[in-house]
Design a protein around this ligand. Sequence first.
Ligand SMILES: Nc1ncnc2c1ncn2[C@@H]1O[C@H](COP(=O)(O)OP(=O)(O)OP(=O)(O)O)[C@@H](O)[C@H]1O
Length: 234
Amino acid sequence: MSAVLRAEALRFAWPGAAASCIDIEQLEIEAGEAVFLHGPSGCGKSTLLSLLAGVLVADAGRVALLGQDWAALSGAARDRQRVAHVGYIFQQFNLLPYLSVLDNVLLPCRFSARRREQAAREGGARAQAARLLEDMGLSQALWKRQAMQLSVGQQQRVAAARALIGHPEVVIADEPTSALDEDRREAFLDVLVEACRANRSALVFVSHDQRIAARFGRHLLLPEINRAAELAQP
Ligand SMILES: Nc1ncnc2c1ncn2[C@@H]1O[C@H](COP(=O)(O)OP(=O)(O)OP(=O)(O)O)[C@@H](O)[C@H]1O
């Protein structure tokens, strides 16, 4: 089996912090796996996602995406690697506020030839963006609006469409359903989980919401693998 994400002897401390935030001996995530990552507030879930996606770089040990060690790349090369292979739904969405909804979704295809080529197999980037937005329940009337003019729940769904366009090998989602009502949440998960399953994208999904855990094939309680959390216990 080939892991799309692999962490070994991974250690990370936030600058100025007295102790490590992340200390994980080994973690492998395979293509097509749907991982529900959970644990108490502050246990390091978002930090781990940032390390897996090369937004943060390990202090010690290694994190590799598709066999490529993030630490071996320059900052610019990490950005290119991330946009080519990772769809990231941040807790704060990170949409470009003045760009239209549609242009936000198209961004990965603008910056990555790989994502563009993948989208081209399904009728082109614009057609795929349109399909994803429709699947997410965002009507065409919204597509030309600036992202900042959308509600929080609508922005979450735009961020998800942007993460999925061009079928990245890894989709990372940091509490992406927090602002959605129950119907929207279920529809959102239907689209996200099914898109990842169909494309064999690994999905790493952080949530406190145990009601949705059953949708995921693998459950990872972070304090069980994070020695830093264990050591931090009184
Ligand atoms: N930018 C930062 N600078 C310094 N410390 C940080 C930063 N971001 C997070 N931390 C610290 O790292 C620890 C883990 O935070 P993290 O956000 O990864 O936890 P989490 O499990 O995702 O929490 P939550 O469920 O509340 O979102 C916390 O102690 C937090 O204060």
